[in-house]
Design a protein around this ligand. Structure first.
Ligand code: NAD
Length: 495
């Protein structure tokens, strides 16, 4: 069992993690800590220093102090340093993977092969992109005789608040472009999985990121998050998390007129048309249990043409039944545990109420009694009434519903019958239907005959309650910069 080694360092899976904050290029202690509990076995793996308003003030001040020099370094200078950060991440993929897996219970094999390499890409891609797109000092738009020079100026200090389900990936997706654009950053990682943010601070330091450019304050939402969102010294607020928290944060940001970028929850559909490749549809459906279903983009509502629904359902149940549930540190594990006891109880409550509302569980429906702890069985529900809670609320666990439809119009209406609009997945054998139906689906991302493909240069975000704004490529820089138009008169010069 891993236990804290001393009050500053926790050794987690053989990796030393400093549990203090990282502010202004140094480790800063608090007089309070919170317990970081691993979902794998509910043991305390670290006692992490807990920030309040004082530490947040200090971090914002450090970021403000570092801003002019970092901004003045220019795109190429910053890009060179951020590429070294990417290399530093690549050199520590195994450490990052082990710590993230222990901290939030996600699969080590996903981290080794996909997530951590992507974390490095979040720096390299945005460094490249900034260098190619933002370094043109004379990006111009036509004017009526005047020259109009467009520049993307850094905005200042960016506050970044992230959730626990993919902490390092989601944080760096914001940190990469924010730093590349010339801002400085204060990150508040999730209290359920804070550790990889601390390792990232080490990597940043070793890569030569100047003191104060990147800061980490750890703590709960109420004690560390709230003072950060309300801080008058921040210029942008990037939040990934739940809708209720987003509402609270918006009020704080409104007070200081701080622009927000929100990536929130979802209740996304998977639409399987009559002409779909059933093998592909089943494969995509079974994928929805990845990360124990704790994925914002997950297709939680499966809508299947009536002619296919019986076979689809039987095959998805059979596929999900074969998934291996267990310790995520094992390469062979497919489904792990839920993040916390509180979350486990919430998921159990959703499923119990769905069953009471008339749904039937064709698979799962409760805890995995063989494993105990926080392991909840992959659960497939059918027969829930359209207006049941399970059909409308984000569950954020290994739970999906299957419904059928008769016509394409009905499929689209059901798919769009949600206050969210993060993603939608469509499986069809017809190019025409692909074009027609994808155009009608109300979501920030629509996947056709694929799932989870995300290019860093493409826009990403949600409609409705799933978010505000888009990031990715130039859309990220639209948010993390102050775009300026300098209008030059054709005359008036002393040549
Ligand atoms: P959450 O809203 O409970 O917490 C997210 C972060 O906000 C945490 O760091 C938390 O400490 C902080 N926070 C909580 N209260 C705060 C306050 N009053 N002021 C400032 N910060 C506060 O969300 P969660 O449970 O950690 O994450 C799950 C949610 O995140 C789901 O709804 C999921 O869909 C969503 N999510 C969205 C995306 C996306 O890209 N759209 C990605 C991943 C997760």
């Amino acid at each position: 069992m891993d236990l804290p080694r001393n009050e500053h360092i926790a050794t987690v899976e053989g990796v030393d993690v400093d549990v203090r904050h990282w502010i202004g290029g140094e480790r800063v202690a608090s007089d309070r800590t919170f317990d970081d509990i691993s979902p794998i076995d509910e043991t305390v793996i670290a006692r992490v220093h807990a920030a309040g308003a004082d530490e947040v003030d200090r971090a914002v001040a450090a970021a403000r102090a570092a801003f002019p020099t970092w901004a003045a370094l220019g795109v190429a200078g910053r890009a060179a340093i951020l590429r070294r950060v990417a290399e530093g991440i690549e050199a520590r993929i195994e450490d990052l993977a082990r710590v993230e897996t222990r901290d939030n219970g996600s699969l080590i094999r996903s981290h080794r092969r996909g997530v951590m390499p992507r974390v490095a890409m979040n720096f390299r891609a945005f460094a490249d992109f900034a260098e190619h797109k933002l370094s043109h000092p004379d990006m111009e738009v036509p004017g009526r005789g005047h020259r109009q020079r467009i520049s993307y100026d850094p905005a200042g200090v960016v506050a970044i608040i992230t959730p626990w389900n993919a902490p390092l990936m989601l944080a760096t997706w914001r940190i990469g472009p924010a730093l590349a654009a010339g801002n400085t950053v204060v990150v508040k990682p999730p209290e359920w999985a804070p550790l990889t943010a601390s390792l990232l601070a080490d990597i940043m330091h070793e890569a030569g990121v100047p003191d104060g450019v990147f800061n980490v304050v750890q703590g709960t939402g109420a004690e560390a998050g709230a003072p950060l969102t309300a801080h008058p010294g921040i210029n942008r607020l990037a939040f990934t998390g739940s809708v209720p928290t987003a509402g609270v944060i918006a009020k704080a940001a409104a007070e200081n007129i701080v622009p927000l970028s929100y990536e929130l929850g979802g209740k996304s559909p998977l639409v399987v048309l009559e002409d779909a490749d059933l093998d592909l549809a089943v494969e995509i459906a079974v994928e929805q249990f990845d990360n124990a279903g704790q994925v914002c983009l997950k297709a939680a509502r499966m809508l299947v043409h009536s002619s296919l629904v019986e076979e689809f359902t039987a095959r998805v149940v059979a596929g999900a039944e074969k998934l291996v549930q267990g310790d995520p540190r094992e390469e062979g594990t497919d489904v792990s545990a839920l993040i916390s006891r509180r979350h486990f109880d919430q998921i159990s409550g959703f499923v119990d109420r769905a069953l009471a509302d008339g749904a039937t569980a064709l698979l799962g429906g409760g805890p995995n009694e063989d494993l105990g702890g926080l392991y909840f069985r992959p659960t497939i529900l059918v027969g829930a009434p359209e207006d049941a809670e399970i059909m409308t609320e984000e569950v954020f666990g290994p739970v999906v519903t299957i419904q059928s439809f008769e016509t394409e119009e009905e499929a689209v209406a059901k798919a769009n019958d949600t206050r969210f609009g993060l993603a939608a997945t469509l499986v069809t054998g017809s190019k025409e239907a692909a074009e027609r139906v994808s155009a009608q689906l109300d979501a920030g991302t629509v996947w056709v005959n694929c799932f989870f493909v995300r290019d860093l240069e493409a826009p990403f975000g949600g409609n409705g309650k799933s978010g505000i704004g888009r990031e990715g490529g130039l859309w990220s820089f639209d948010f993390y910069t102050d775009i300026k138009n300098s209008v030059f008169s054709p005359g008036g010069w002393k040549e």
